[in-house]
Design a protein around this ligand. Structure first.
Ligand code: HEM
Length: 108
C-alpha cells in the first residue's frame, strides 16, 4: 500500500514539473526570436507597409501595430535611435509588454 502511495506522489510530482516546464517554455519571453539583424537591414524596412524599428538592442516589425496607435509612428519606420528616443521619451518602458509581441530579433 505504501509503495502505491509513494508511486502516486512521484507521478504527481513529475506531472507538476512537466506542466511547469511547458508553461515556462510557452511564455512569450522564451519564444521571442533571437535572429540577428544589422542596422542596415532595419533601415531598409522604412515604410508604413513594411516597418521595422530597433530599441534597446532588439528589432521589431511594428507594421501591424501602426494602425493601432493613434499618433503616427510611420516616421520612425527604419530607425533605431530616433524611435528609441521618441518611444522612451513618451512611454518610458511602460509599453514594452506590447512591443514584445512584435519582436523579430536582435541587433547584430
Ligand atoms: C511601437 C511602440 C509603441 C507602443 C507599443 C505604444 C503604445 C501606446 C499605447 C498602448 C497608447 C495608448 C494610451 C496609453 O495606454 O498610454 C499610446 C499612446 C500614445 N503614444 Fe505610443 N506607443 C509606441 C510608440 C510611440 C512613439 C514612438 C511615440 C512618440 C513619437 C508615442 C507617442 C504616444 C502618444 C503621444 C500617445 C497618446 C495619444 C495618442 O495615441 O496619440 N508612442 N502608445
Amino acid at each position: 500500500m505504501k509503495k502505491v502511495t509513494y508511486g502516486l506522489i512521484a507521478i504527481g510530482a513529475l506531472l507538476i514539473v512537466a506542466i511547469g516546464f511547458l508553461l515556462v517554455n510557452n511564455s512569450p519571453e522564451s519564444s521571442i526570436n533571437e535572429t540577428a539583424y544589422s542596422l542596415d537591414a532595419v533601415k531598409s524596412h522604412n515604410a508604413a507597409e513594411d516597418c521595422w524599428v530597433s530599441y534597446s538592442g532588439n528589432v521589431y516589425d511594428i507594421t501591424l501595430f501602426l494602425s493601432e496607435h493613434k499618433s503616427g509612428l510611420e516616421e520612425y519606420c527604419g530607425t533605431g535611435d530616433e524611435f528609441e528616443e521618441a518611444y522612451s521619451g513618451t512611454h518610458g518602458s511602460s509599453k514594452d509588454y506590447i512591443l514584445d509581441d512584435y519582436k523579430i530579433g536582435v541587433v547584430e
